[in-house]
Write a protein that binds this ligand. Sequence first.
Ligand code: IPE
Ligand code: MG
Length: 217
Amino acid sequence: MDGNGRWATRHGTSRKAGHQQGSEALRNLLENSRELGVEVFTVYAFSSENWQRSPEEVSDLMDLLRYYLRHEIKKLHKDGVKVCFIGDRTALSSDLQTELEKAELLTENNQALTLVVALSYGSRQELVRAMNKIDGEITVDAVCNALDTANWPEPDLLIRTGGEKRLSNFLLWQCAYTELYFTETLWPDFTIEHLHEALADYAQRERRFGSRPGLAA
Ligand code: IPE
Ligand code: MG
């Protein structure tokens, strides 16, 4: 969800306000995306590398996270959303870790949509953790099953907002055959209409998974 800082600059406001606007964008999107038929919606909220931002910005982001965990989870639960977190949660403060567990427990049987929030997440770090968990032979399946994302299918579509064209340590293994979509739209401006556009673009793609046309899985 990239572009909060640039959105703030363009609007002559603080980065903190940009992140707040970005959080609202996610809330609106989730409210409006029910009928799209998306089963798993994963958002990159805070990367392992984001810890290197200024202490003020990190603290603002953690405060925002705390606020949404306390005030929005009940609503998501009411809407049937199952909320899960991936990443190294041990790096988060203990009160936040407790909130994450509470949110996962409360929503664990929900089936309308699974919202996966990547927090303190880095794909390389996740892969190293996964490799260290494997007892026996390291195989593709063994790695898949040891990743934080073991419970979900690989993403069909990855959307990066904010104009950069890179993955930035996000789901590197899982995106082997994911369709990539890049848009200049800054995350706080990203609405359900933008999501529809991305899905329409995705619908035009021919997915071959390395096979020949017509033989796709
Ligand atoms: C993304 O927005 C939000 C987080 C990384 C938490 P940025 O803060 O990266 O916004 P830009 O890239 O400065 O516009
Ligand atoms: Mg950025």
